[in-house]
Design a protein around this ligand. Structure first.
Ligand SMILES: *[C@@H]1O[C@H](CO)[C@@H](O)[C@H](O)[C@H]1NC(C)=O
Ligand SMILES: *[C@@H]1O[C@H](CO)[C@@H](O)[C@H](O)[C@H]1NC(C)=O
Ligand SMILES: *[C@@H]1O[C@H](CO)[C@@H](O)[C@H](O)[C@H]1NC(C)=O
Ligand SMILES: *[C@@H]1O[C@H](CO)[C@@H](O)[C@H](O)[C@H]1NC(C)=O
Ligand SMILES: *[C@@H]1O[C@H](CO)[C@@H](O)[C@H](O)[C@H]1NC(C)=O
Ligand SMILES: *[C@@H]1O[C@H](CO)[C@@H](O)[C@H](O)[C@H]1NC(C)=O
Ligand SMILES: *[C@@H]1O[C@H](CO)[C@@H](O)[C@H](O)[C@H]1NC(C)=O
Ligand SMILES: *[C@@H]1O[C@H](CO)[C@@H](O)[C@H](O)[C@H]1NC(C)=O
Ligand SMILES: *[C@@H]1O[C@H](CO)[C@@H](O)[C@H](O)[C@H]1NC(C)=O
Ligand SMILES: *[C@@H]1O[C@H](CO)[C@@H](O)[C@H](O)[C@H]1NC(C)=O
Length: 530
């Protein structure tokens, strides 16, 4: 080895100076098969200006770190490659933290490495999952089963292996514990790791996992079909969504004991859209036609195939302000992820039309599972048995992947574990529904608790401790045996922490809910989990 170990550096310098770290970083080499690496040192407060297809960082606020840019050949025969980065802070907390991606991925998530990773002392890694592209396109998967496997699990797992060994080599000591934080596709990647590679991580925190993909992609098209074509009789124009939301609140806001515009348990609400049905002299901007009511019922209803197989959960009520927005699956013909999946993973045909999707196509996708992107069933026994912990959250107003999908995941893993093992699932896995939160962050509820992407979106946790920050809660569970109970989330004015706190709330481990006890409605102290 050409470089000095951390302990050798310590012996020479006592405290390692920034200059010594710089030297150590710039001289760092390591030989891992099929990995080429390039090391760059960033002094404290140095300009970090990096862009990938899915993330950009432009800041002078980061602590000092050594950046390793890796090119990993994921299959030496085909030559497929993944771009992966490992960022290692001078002031290391002895832990490794992995991050996943969004949508159809396609770039290193620099913002996560910066905001959630090295800013908190973790040696951190992220990969492009084997291809460069934005989150909405899958042309890279066309006829390329290796690219599909890389996206499914392989690029991330090889990145994990490289990050682990490079981190230990760089610091000259073994990693204390290994963690994962990810929402959406990154949530799927966390579940894949727990199930297929149970030894990799000690603690995995997932939000709204985009799993199983075959069903999710199909549901994406199914949801679009409820309302399309744009301006057709079932179309719900953007101006109607706030009207529908106001009616939902009118019928159900008080059911949880607090009139605050947030439904703590949307499933208690038996919403009747007929209450705003159009009459003979109604203004069509403020009422629903019978076709629109039928469309709305389709969006809110769990989806089954004609022979009775459950396919995916419908939306819960309460997220209407997001459902009508630009990221809604029902916001027009531009519903890319489902069609892209079918075009490039299933049919290898860019001209495939989403409105030709049949049930046999759906079962074909579920059964073939190209790239093994879907997790296989609900068996997490190996991960739980080896002591791995799993935390899971979902916004109840999630408009991209229904919150119901997370309930199905939790209930199914829980039922499997209870049926086939002697484990108490509660010792290994806890699930936090987050009232009023949209997909992974934002929304009208208390939505800031350290979840993936929340710091980057201007919504950091109130305090970085195990009550307010879900990753710190995970660390406390893994390292000190303190299982998380209630967590405290914040709602900032305009979802922006620089503009003040609107209110705080307790997030409760399902099946508990936060119940109002009287007193200040803006304070989490007025709620208990029960
Ligand atoms: C950041 O990098 C981009 C692309 O290389 C460049 O155009 C831009 O000027 C840089 N910004 C700063 C502040 O250096
Ligand atoms: C690597 O790629 C080759 C060529 O496409 C393929 O035949 C082989 O199955 C791949 N190997 C793995 C382990 O995926
Ligand atoms: C994919 O395979 C099909 C069938 O072999 C072929 O017609 C098509 O050109 C290929 N597309 C790409 C992008 O390789
Ligand atoms: C739908 O109707 C709106 C309002 O009349 C119009 O601005 C828009 O162009 C229409 N869109 C399509 C795709 O027809
Ligand atoms: C219908 O309602 C919309 C929204 O409240 C309003 O802007 C519009 O002027 C109304 N149209 C008529 C004909 O009253
Ligand atoms: C419905 O049909 C699909 C495809 O043949 C099959 O996989 C599934 O098990 C069937 N569901 C039921 C409830 O029979
Ligand atoms: C769950 O998975 C483990 C590891 O693959 C396997 O040993 C076990 O038999 C599985 N349990 C069931 C009930 O299938
Ligand atoms: C931010 O919060 C407001 C409510 O205060 C909500 O209406 C809005 O949709 C949120 N924005 C995002 C991007 O989540
Ligand atoms: C938050 O608000 C501040 C002004 O108070 C503004 O400068 C900043 O851009 C906002 N952040 C985000 C993420 O919108
Ligand atoms: C709660 O917060 C809201 C929004 O910031 C504010 O309008 C209201 O006065 C607060 N209520 C109390 C009791 O402080």
């Amino acid at each position: 080895m050409l470089f000095l170990s951390r302990s050798a550096l310590l012996a020479i310098f006592g405290v390692i100076s920034a200059a010594a770290w710089k030297d150590h970083c710039e001289k760092f080499t390591a030989s891992i098969p099929n990995v080429v690496l390039e090391a760059t040192y960033y002094a404290p407060g140095a300009l970090v200006n990096l862009t990938s297809p899915s993330s950009a960082v432009l800041t002078t606020k980061l602590p000092a770190f050594c950046r390793l840019a890796l090119t990993i050949t994921t299959n030496t025969t085909s030559g497929n490659q993944a771009l992966t980065e490992v960022w290692m802070p001078d002031d290391w907390n002895a832990r490794l933290l992995g991050f996943g991606n969004g949508g159809l991925s396609g770039g290193v998530v620099y913002s996560a490495l910066a905001d959630d990773g090295i800013s908190q002392g973790y040696s951190s890694f992220s990969t492009n999952t084997g291809h460069q592209s934005d989150i909405g396109h899958a042309g890279w998967a066309w006829n390329d089963t290796n690219a599909q496997e890389d996206f499914g699990y392989r690029a991330f797992q090889l990145s994990y292996q490289a990050a682990k060994s490079l981190t230990e080599e760089y610091y000259g000591k073994s990693i204390l514990k290994k963690y994962y934080l990810g929402c959406s596709t990154a949530g799927r990647m966390g579940l894949v790791e727990a199930q297929r590679f149970p030894e990799d991580f000690d603690g995995i925190v997932v939000g709204s996992p985009a799993n199983p993909v075959a069903r999710l992609a199909s549901w994406n098209i199914h949801m679009g079909r409820q309302v399309l074509p744009v301006n057709g009789s079932r179309w719900i124009p953007e101006e109607l969504w706030p009207v529908i939301h106001a009616e939902v609140l009118k019928q159900c806001d008080g059911l949880d004991g607090v009139m605050d515009g947030v439904l703590d348990d949307p499933r208690q609400c038996l919403f009747r859209p007929e209450a705003i049905a159009c009459g003979p002299s109604s203004n069509s901007s403020t009422c629903l036609t019978l076709d629109q009511i039928a469309a709305l019922r389709g969006l809110y209803t769990d989806w089954y195939s004609q022979n009775g197989t459950f396919l995916f959960s419908g939306w819960d009520v309460g997220g209407e302000l997001a459902y009508g927005g630009p990221y809604s699956y029902a916001s027009g013909p531009d519903i890319p992820i489902g069609p892209e999946y079918y075009k490039y993973f299933i049919f290898g045909n860019p001209d495939w039309e989403y409105n030709t999707l049949t049930e046999s196509d759906i079962f074909r996708a579920i059964e073939t599972n190209p790239g093994q992107v879907d997790n296989n069933g609900y068996n997490y026994t190996s991960y739980f048995t080896r002591g791995g912990k799993l935390l899971h959250y979902v916004g109840l107003a999630d408009q991209v992947i229904s919150a119901g999908n997370s309930y199905v995941t939790y209930n199914s893993i829980s039922a499997f574990t209870t049926a086939y093992t002697n484990l108490d699932v509660n010792d290994h896995y806890r699930f936090y529904p987050v009232p009023g939160m949209y997909h992974c962050n934002g929304g009208v509820g208390a939505n800031a608790f350290g979840g993936d992407g929340q710091r980057t979106s201007g919504m950091p946790p109130l305090i970085r401790d195990s009550k307010h920050d879900i990753l710190t809660a995970m660390v406390d569970w893994v390292e000190n045996g303190n299982a998380p109970t209630d967590l405290i989330a914040a709602k900032y004015t305009n979802n922006n922490s620089t503009q003040g706190i609107e209110f705080t709330r307790k997030l409760c481990p399902y099946p508990q809910k936060g119940v109002y006890q009287g007193g200040d409605q803006n304070s989490s102290n007025s709620f208990v989990c029960q």
